[in-house]
Ligand binder design. Structure first.
Ligand code: GUN
Length: 282
């Protein structure tokens, strides 16, 4: 058996087309231009490259975008001041502070400072709480992208065993909650899980989000399972996922590649949240 490759590049391109259309409509009907404000502290290469793609995508969709690039030694007070400035700016509908922040800045203090109505990352406790309550909220971008990929691939989640490997606030926990809201039976695995292979083998849908290169091997996958690989690991200068793609593709029915799977979906979902934030001001 050879798995269907879930093409995140193609799916994200068609989502961006839809978003560009809705953005043009919002402009024509209401004179409203979605605006995104980004804060980037320091010069981490991965963060710089994410922020650049965010700016490029925002421009491509016709958004207004403003980025504060500040040096790594910037104080927490100054970062909080920049967030406040975006909170008050009516041209900005979505705020994103690129993580990770340098160790002298309290990440949670910065996240708490973002106006929940502009929290397009969905990291503020108000949005996390609303997600858990099943209320309307900003859904974190990568988990939202995972669900969107599953939906657009036609994967039914109701009653299925979904296993999530990883329990981060950014991916593992929120994606588990979203799978639960789709009526999957969800298991969350992590570094202390006793028999990871056995847990994974029960998965109809397996989401790997631990950040350990090729941790998930073919023997850990139930034949016919759908495998979503959120991992982005650099090995010998090459990007690889948390799943051993070559082996897994022989066992799974569908699988996301790295790169070109979940990655391109994240920015598309960020733009979708920013458009929603703008629409919600009407
Ligand atoms: N760093 C890695 N992923 C993300 C993300 O989704 N949002 C932000 N703000 N920082 C990140």
């Amino acid at each position: 058996m050879s798995a269907t490759i879930i093409d995140g590049k193609q799916v994200s391109a068609s989502i961006r087309e839809e978003l560009a259309r809705r953005t043009a409509e919002l402009k024509a009907r209401h004179g409203l231009i979605p605006g995104i404000g980004v804060v980037l502290v320091g010069e981490d290469p991965a963060s710089q490259s994410y922020v650049k793609s965010k700016e490029r995508t925002a421009e491509e969709l016709g958004f207004y975008s403003k980025t504060h690039r500040v040096p790594v030694e910037t104080s927490e007070a100054e970062v909080l001041r920049l967030v406040e400035e975006f909170n008050r700016d009516p041209k900005i509908h979505g705020i994103l502070v690129q993580l990770p922040l340098p160790p002298h800045i309290n990440e949670n203090a910065v996240i708490y400072a973002i106006d929940p109505k502009k929290d397009v990352d969905g990291f503020h406790p108000v949005n996390i709480g609303r997600l858990h309550m099943g209320e309307e909220c900003f859904v974190p971008c990568t988990p939202n992208g995972v669900i969107e990929l599953l939906d657009r691939t036609g994967v039914e989640l109701k009653g299925k065993n979904a296993v999530v490997v990883g329990r981060s606030n950014i991916v593992g926990k929120p994606v588990s909650m979203l799978l639960l809201s789709r009526h999957a039976t969800v298991t969350i695995c992590h570094s202390r899980t006793r028999d990871l292979a056995a847990e994974c083998r029960r998965a109809d849908v397996l989401v790997a989000a631990v950040g350990k290169a090729r941790l998930i091997t073919a023997e850990m996958i139930k034949p016919g399972a759908v495998v979503i690989d959120v991992g982005v690991n650099r090995v010998d200068g090459k990007l690889v996922g948390d799943v051993d793609f070559e082996g897994a593709a022989k066992v799974a029915s569908a699988i996301t590649p790295v790169p070109g799977g979940v990655g391109p979906m994240t920015i598309a979902m960020l733009m979708k949240n920013t458009l929603l934030a703008a629409e919600r001001t009407l």
